[in-house]
Design a protein around this ligand. Structure first.
Ligand SMILES: N[C@@H](CCC(=O)N[C@@H](CS)C(=O)NCC(=O)O)C(=O)O
Ligand code: FES
Length: 166
């Protein structure tokens, strides 16, 4: 089931290195940029999100399980990394931008069924939701706090900059 799901659905996951650390620090400010022109791995991922077909609760749970297994960093958010549709999602993306790691993302506004599946998977009621190496981390408050405390750097240190998210 998981294998079938991955071929059927995973093209809806966007994966991108959100921005290079150097460009952020050179400019002395957080910059939102998802353009990675030289990265052929991510090129196709910027296609418009496809509608996830209706599925049973079980198959959508498998989908989420597969997402978080395949993507070392996975965010379920409102909007997409290059155009968040909520300040909380935007904040979480900007935090993740500080690390040169690939990030898989799904726009839960585009897929209400996925939204419900994610909530029941994590037992967390709000978005964004971030998973690292399969572990549910939390939302924007938690990720920002972990960033400030140095915990995020620790968690992400073995996530290679060149690792593919899918
Ligand atoms: N303090 C929260 C902020 C997230 C939040 O409150 N999200 C709300 C507004 S975007 C939400 O997802 N509500 C449920 C919904 O919109 O379905 C966090 O740390 O992530
Ligand atoms: S959509 Fe209104 S606070 Fe997130």
């Amino acid at each position: 089931m998981a294998a079938a799901l991955s071929s059927r659905f995973l093209n809806t996951v966007r994966s991108t290195r959100l921005a290079s650390v150097s460009s952020i620090y050179q400019n002395g400010m957080m910059r939102y940029s998802t353009t990675v022109p030289s990265d052929s791995d991510t090129h196709d991922d910027f296609k418009p999100t496809q509608k996830v077909p209706s599925g049973s609760t079980d198959s959508l749970k498998d989908l989420v399980e597969n997402d978080v297994k395949e993507n070392p960093v996975m965010i379920y958010m409102k909007g997409v990394p290059e155009a968040p549709q909520c300040g909380f999602s935007s904040l979480a993306v900007r935090v993740l931008q500080q690390y040169n790691v690939p990030v898989g993302a799904r726009n839960i506004l585009a897929d209400p069924e996925i939204k419900e599946a994610v909530k029941s998977f994590s037992h967390w009621p709000t978005f964004p939701q971030i998973f690292i190496k399969g572990e549910f981390i939390g939302g924007s408050d938690i990720i920002l706090n972990m960033h400030k405390e140095g915990e995020l750097e620790e968690k992400l240190k073995d996530v290679s900059a060149n690792q593919k998210s899918q």
